[in-house]
Design a protein around this ligand. Structure first.
Ligand SMILES: Nc1ncnc2c1ncn2[C@@H]1O[C@H](COP(=O)(O)OP(=O)(O)OP(=O)(O)O)[C@@H](O)[C@H]1O
Length: 261
């Protein structure tokens, strides 16, 4: 039996009995996962390699649909509808639920065009509006001061930490409700990591955040809730401090005290 906290405040997402099997795999990578994701909070997913963290994260904006042949069932409720519905508009969904990857993925274009990319896809053409929103997104991503005098420069000239903040600016420019972070600092140095962690905490005022991390200290530093996963199951979801100090499940305790993983 899993120990899943009953979140009293408003939730951004509800996962119910979600099962996921990769194409050609003999057994599911996720087994009947159910969990609430609190609104305007940071939820961290932790667990040993291969436990299903990234598989779950990618389900929240249907990234798996980019590769046909996977099977899944259950429900992920977002804004009153089940986003696993085959009729879901995936382009719209991915603006509402954005993703930041492990390695910064700046597009091969200018800094300005990177941030304006999603807005242009949404049909925003007005130059003044685009400029205003690009500046706001770069400010919110704590990058404006470093790039305001070179917006036309190629984004690939930025450092790794700057590129990751650029990706965050690009994601928040389209005003998402949820941001998914997949090991966002694993390719970054400690100073850039600190910057991204600070940003994650600031951003939760406007968006709900789910972050996959290998680093338990990082989960403890940035998250309000933590989910511990093991072999495709969610073993425990709780307030971060409680989960790390007084875990309810023996498996959680063994993992956080370094007995395995
Ligand atoms: N494309 C794929 N095809 C088949 N099986 C996959 C695929 N991707 C992942 N898996 C399997 O699904 C399970 C969960 O993998 P997942 O990447 O979600 O774990 P994880 O907890 O994020 O691991 P890590 O911490 O190493 O990134 C693993 O058994 C993995 O081997």
């Amino acid at each position: 039996m899993a120990s899943i906290i009953d979140i009293k405040e408003e939730c951004a997402l509800h996962v119910r009995n979600f099962e996921f099997t990769y194409k050609g795999a003999s057994s599911p990578s996720l087994k009947k996962v159910s969990m609430p994701i609190a609104k305007n909070a940071v939820t961290a997913l932790i667990g040993p390699s291969g436990c299903g963290k990234t598989t779950l994260l990618r389900a929240f904006n249907r990234m798996h649909d980019l590769y046909p042949g996977n099977t899944y069932n259950g429900e992920i409720e977002f804004e009153g509808r089940n986003i696993l519905n085959p009729k879901e508009d995936l382009i719209f969904l991915r603006t509402k639920i954005g993703m930041i990857f492990q390695k910064p993925t700046a597009f091969p274009m200018s800094i300005f065009d990177n941030v304006a990319y999603g807005m242009r896809l949404q049909g925003i053409k007005n130059k003044t509006e685009l400029e205003g929103r690009v500046e706001k997104a770069l400010q919110d991503a704590a990058l404006w001061k470093e790039v305001s005098d070179r917006l036309k420069n190629d984004a690939n000239g930025l450092s790794g930490g700057q590129q990751q903040r650029l990706c965050i600016a690009r994601a928040i420019a389209v005003e998402p409700e949820v941001l998914l972070f997949d090991e966002p600092t694993s390719a970054l140095d400690p100073i850039s990591t600190q910057g991204i962690e600070k940003l994650v905490i600031e951003l939760k005022e406007r968006v709900s955040i789910i972050i996959v991390t290998h680093n338990m200290q990082q989960a403890a530093r940035v998250s309000d809730y933590t989910g511990f996963m093991y072999l495709g199951e969610l073993i425990e979801l709780g307030h971060t401090e409680e989960l790390f100090v007084t875990p309810k499940e023996k498996l959680t305790q063994e993992y956080i005290t370094g007995k395995f993983g």
